[in-house]
Ligand binder design. Structure first.
Ligand code: NAD
Length: 430
């Protein structure tokens, strides 16, 4: 099948590469010329395990995948996936600017198409967006009718960065929200080589499934962090508490790692958007989901509080931050706890050295200039008065590199009993 994918970021590029690998001919359409050129050289513009190898083969050898900035190239395809970003506005609401722009441009391109075309969104969009924003823009600019000339679907992406390629080929489920049976049937055909339960429903329900999923995962993390903070005061070990809990098949042990909380490009912004939309559009001020965000906000800054307890005033103190990405195996620093922690450290006058194996270039774009970036963990730790472990990259897990240092661990990267033998070790909530 000929397929176009709008937006070649984490979701769009992985979707495009996965579909091309499964035999479809895919064209990525992105407004970013640098990304387009990089993809056309068979190189991934983002760091994602396995993606470079996949792209190299698809672009160079098989020619199943290419990229362009031209929307008109979607005319040769039967299906267009929208995978553009949906960031937060400063008030927490969802910024639909990229969605609006891409819907307009798809609409304009479709004006000259005679055959039926399907538009399926994979971006995370607040429930109601397809109905209230995407469909009206497509109809206005294409001068064609949804349900007759254009089929609409919502097909959320559930990938975890760092494991995105693997998640594409082996997803837990495929959710298809459809405007009509014809659109849904075509999507089922697109994914025919992927073994996963397929659940078909209406579009608004599918949009809500994505938000409910992220809200639940975020709730699990804030729940266990609250339990961990209580455990710490009692002298109980939250990691053993989770082991004890996990024998209950209704609870399990997934997404219950206590630490400095969640970050990244999805959970914080999606939760903020849901809380905002519920309160402002539906007149339903959420109590639980707001608390999930509040617990998460406070948790990362506990690392700074502990540093102050250990060192006193942080003005002029040399502090090392290990890990900038929001989690290991990605270079993504969007809403990463490290960014917030470093900003607060700098406000307090600390001299901050930082190291991350993949995310330093991205961090440089968002952090103040005073941060000193180091070439290695060893370099970053040397001369430091206090080390904060913020992301659990494997190379930070060797206790011996922290000999005689003050170490505050935000991710249980170290085994506390072993670490306490070689350094002044403190976990954030254990
Ligand atoms: P991203 O920022 O990595 O990629 C978005 C891409 O869209 C960029 O390459 C940008 O240049 C391009 N773009 C913006 N406007 C465009 C336009 N009008 N036309 C063509 N291209 C345009 O974003 P992402 O992380 O891939 O996320 C995309 C969506 O998927 C978001 O809604 C996000 O919430 C959702 N999502 C992300 C993840 C994740 O882990 N990253 C997981 C599930 C869902």
């Amino acid at each position: 099948m000929n397929i176009s994918v709008i937006g070649a970021g984490y979701v769009g590029l992985v979707t495009a590469a996965g579909l091309a690998h499964n035999g479809h001919n895919v064209v990525c359409i992105d407004i970013d010329r640098y990304k387009v050129n990089t993809i056309n050289r068979g190189v991934s513009p983002i760091f994602e395990a396995g993606l470079d190898d996949l792209l190299h083969n698809l672009v160079s050898d098989a020619g199943h995948l290419r990229a362009t900035t031209e929307y008109n190239e979607l005319l040769d395809t039967v299906l267009t996936f929208i995978c553009v970003g949906t960031p937060s506005n400063s008030d927490g609401s969802i910024d639909l600017g990229y969605i609006r722009d891409s819907a307009k441009r798809i609409g304009k391109a479709l004006e000259s198409k005679k055959n039926y075309h399907i538009v399926a969104t994979r971006s995370t969009i607040i429930p109601g967006t397809t109905k209230d924003v995407i469909i009206p823009l497509l109809e206005k600019y294409s001068k064609r009718k949804v349900g007759k000339d254009i089929g609409i679907a919502y097909n959320p992406e559930f990938l975890q960065e760092g494991k995105a390629v693997q998640a594409f080929f082996s997803p837990d489920r495929i959710i298809i929200g459809e405007s009509d049976k014809r659109a849904g049937d075509l999507l089922v055909k697109v994914y025919k080589d992927i073994v996963a339960p397929v659940f078909r429903t209406d579009i608004t329900t599918a949009e809500m499934i994505k938000y409910a999923s992220n809200a639940f995962l975020a709730t699990k993390i804030s729940f266990i962090n609250e339990i961990a903070n209580i455990c710490q005061k009692l002298g109980a070990d939250v990691y053993d508490v989770v082991k004890g809990l996990s024998f209950d098949y209704r609870i399990g042990d997934k997404f219950l790692s206590a630490g400095i909380g969640f970050g990244g490009s999805c959970l914080p912004k999606d939760l903020r958007a849901l809380v905002y939309a519920s309160a402002n559009r539906l007149d339903y001020p959420t109590a639980l989901l707001k608390a999930v965000l509040d617990v998460n906000e406070a948790q990362a800054l506990k690392l700074v509080e502990i540093a102050e307890q250990k060192l006193g005033d942080l003005d002029g103190r040399k502090i090392t931050v290990l890990g900038l990405a929001f989690k290991p195996d990605t270079d993504d620093v969007r809403d990463a706890p490290a960014i917030r922690i470093i900003r607060v450290l700098l406000e307090k006058g600390a001299v901050v050295k930082a190291y991350d194996p993949e995310a330093m270039e991205n961090a440089k774009n968002v952090l103040p200039k005073e941060v000193r970036y180091c070439k290695s963990v060893k370099n970053a730790i040397s001369g430091s008065e206090c080390v904060l472990i913020v992301t659990e990259w494997d190379e930070f897990r060797d206790e011996n590199i922290y000999r005689n240092k003050i170490v505050i661990d935000g991710r249980r990267a170290l085994e506390p009993r072993k670490a306490k033998v070689v350094c002044d070790y403190q976990g954030v909530c254990w």
